[in-house]
Write a protein that binds this ligand. Structure first.
Ligand code: LCV
Length: 259
């Protein structure tokens, strides 16, 4: 549990990302700690979970740990990748998981907040979807998370520009449910959690599972799936993918050449 804090308040599970020196990057170790906390809360049948960063964190999470991305010739977001395991754990948690966001959110962490059942943020929050900056061929389930939450044109702008969206814009387009003052953020989230807990948990849980099943009920033929996987492989086998990762680690802008 070194990288997250776990606590229970009023029967609400609270997971706090707490690895400030790595800007809460979603390393496999951080992901294992979050999943372990979710499993523990599930065993105690806690009806609602809040996922937050430590108070004062400038960055809620810097996204996938770039140092753990394969350098080339391997799918960076395969089914058993740590980020993908985390997103499925959030979706399968028995009750709502509420992301409480103070600070900037990047890449896979943006997908994480979009996979949570609700997002409550303060005006320090921003949301950037970064595959195009990292040379990464994002995956079908991840793209579908954004399609389910946002108008197509907005989702495309986020993916194609990789630019951070400030909190006010995130509220306008529906990334966040509520934009509240920093000093009220956590209590606001607790109040929503308490309201949910005052309702029938049997009903809440079965409705959450229906949202999960229906939001994934997206027809795609085996041929189309295999074609997309082939297209994605061309990207993660490319110079541009390797160059983006290398440039990030060398702290310089990438030089893409489309090959
Ligand atoms: C490992 C990091 C990271 C990091 N991993 O502080 O969605 S996808 O497909 O793109 C997916 C693959 C994904 O999620 O990719 C990652 C997307 N994340 C980002 O694009 C954010 C990258 N980070 C930044 O832009 C900056 O670090 C921000 C703006 C978050 C904070 O900038 P600031 O100047 O405050 P530094 O950049 O100096 O970062 C502090 C340390 O954290 C490391 C970074 O390399 C640096 O390490 P050193 O202290 O060793 O120099 N770091 C930051 N993000 N995602 N390591």
């Amino acid at each position: 549990m070194a990288l997250v804090q776990k606590e229970i308040q009023n029967n609400i599970g609270i997971i706090t990302l707490d690895n400030p020196k790595k800007l809460n990057a979603l390393s496999s170790e951080m992901v294992s700690d979050i999943i372990e906390a979710l499993d523990d809360f599930s065993a105690q049948k806690l009806p609602v979970v809040i996922l937050k960063a430590a108070v004062g964190a400038k960055v809620w999470s810097a996204g996938h740990d770039v140092k753990e991305l394969p350098r080339k010739m391997r799918d960076p977001l395969s089914y058993y990748d740590s980020l993908e395991r985390l997103l499925r754990a959030i979706e399968k948690y028995l009750g709502p998981v509420i992301a409480v966001v103070h600070g900037s959110v990047w890449g896979g962490a943006c997908d994480l907040t979009m996979t949570c059942d609700m997002v409550i943020a303060d005006d320090t929050a921003s949301f950037a979807m970064t595959p195009a900056k990292m040379g990464v061929p994002y995956n079908l389930t991840g793209v579908l998370h954004f399609m389910n939450r946002l108008p197509l044109n907005i989702a495309k702008e986020m993916f194609f520009t990789a630019s951070p969206l400030p909190a006010k814009r995130a509220l306008e387009i529906g990334i966040i449910n509520h934009l509240v003052p920093e000093t009220e953020l956590f209590d606001f989230a607790l109040n929503i959690a308490k309201t949910i807990m005052s309702r029938s948990q049997l009903s809440v849980e079965v409705i959450k599972e229906q949202f999960r099943i229906l939001s994934k009920a997206f027809p795609i033929s085996p041929a189309d799936f295999e074609r997309v996987q082939g297209l994605r492989r061309k990207v993660y086998d490319s110079h541009d993918y390797e160059e983006a990762i290398t440039a990030f680690l060398e702290k310089r802008p990438p030089k893409f050449n489309g090959k």
